[in-house]
Write a protein that binds this ligand. Structure first.
Ligand SMILES: [Zn+2]
Length: 319
């Protein structure tokens, strides 16, 4: 019994001594001791040290929804939970993934805070402006291009900038239920493609001129080249429709919806990419014409396709 009593006393003294040890941490500028007896486990974490936006100031167009581009450092931070908020949701609202929707004209501060108690945050000032001068589309938009060419704010057949509008085979001026060689007005099974000219801009084969009236016309391949070379593009969403916001040399902007294309009786690729006809025949193949491709990653003017495809048209006017 005596030996057992001594052992118990020793054990008790050891436990008491251990309980006096602890881990001292800095919290809110003060040193705080956490006794070991109160700690079940210790895990070393790498907190967020910085959040930054690619752009501290962003301009969106009314109706636009775009995810703000940001980075969280270090890249291997243990917690990357983020909380988003807007100072004025009636101007620009933000969701849990950082998608900002431009609701009305004005300015709002978007704030993102790390949820790992690091307190790290970042702010982005979002300014919301109108895309077009008013709602009476179509508008003539001067993008400040060297040729003096002005671009329309809407697709042919659309009443809003985000509207898909019509799909037209090259040289045809109305829509139809099926798009293929048999249904193409300028293809003959025996003699092949009918020559309607190497540049149909402003002619009776130009759907922009026919449906919208002169001086609206289809852009030539050269004008598509100028458009792509001198303007910048941003993949975005306008009133729920994916597409690109194109910014001209003078800062003016137009939106091109990713309307896909029509082949046989199917609409392909809508909301993912878009094709826009030029007025120019592809010289190496009389069954093809040049067009503009737009997508999330890139755009290029030299896309060409079978003239029988149903594609979008964006009209131009001016020099
Ligand atoms: Zn407009």
């Amino acid at each position: 019994m005596r030996r057992l009593y001594i052992s118990f006393a020793l054990l008790l003294s050891v436990l008491t001594a251990e309980a006096q040890y602890g881990i001292r941490v800095w919290k809110d500028g003060k040193s705080v001791l956490f006794p070991i007896a109160n700690i079940d486990s210790i895990r070393f974490v790498r907190p967020v040290t910085d959040i930054y936006f690619s752009d501290d100031v962003v301009e969106l167009k009314e109706g636009e929804t775009r995810q703000l581009t940001f980075s969280v450092l270090p890249v291997d931070a243990d917690t990357k939970g983020l909380t988003w908020s807007s100072s004025t949701p009636s101007v620009a609202s933000v969701d849990a993934q950082g998608f900002v929707t431009a609701v009305s004209i004005g300015t709002s501060l978007i704030t993102v805070v790390a949820t790992d108690d690091s307190g790290v945050k970042a702010e982005c000032q979002v300014t919301v402006k109108r895309l077009c001068p008013d709602d009476h589309h179509p508008h003539v938009i001067d993008l400040g291009l060297p040729s003096g060419t002005k671009w329309c704010c809407c697709n042919v057949g659309a009443s809003t900038p985000e509207g898909y509008g019509g799909y037209y085979a090259w040289g045809e001026t109305s829509e139809k239920s099926a798009y293929n060689w048999d249904a193409y007005a300028y293809y003959n099974k025996d003699t092949g493609y009918v020559n309607i000219g190497s540049d149909i801009a402003g002619t009776s084969y130009d759907v922009a001129t026919v449906l919208m009236g002169a001086p609206w016309r289809m852009p030539s391949a050269e004008l598509l080249l100028e458009f792509v070379n001198y303007c910048s593009r941003q993949w975005t969403m306008l009133n729920g429709v994916n597409g690109i916001l194109v910014t001209g040399l003078n800062g003016a902007q137009i939106f091109l919806p990713a309307a896909g294309y029509q082949w046989i009786d199917d609409l392909e690729g809508a909301s993912t990419y878009g094709y826009y006809w030029s007025s120019s025949l592809y010289p190496s193949h009389d069954g093809k014409a040049y067009g503009l491709y737009i997508g999330p990653i890139e755009w290029y003017w030299s896309n060409k396709a079978s003239r029988g495809c149903g594609r979008s048209v964006r009209a131009v006017c001016g020099d």
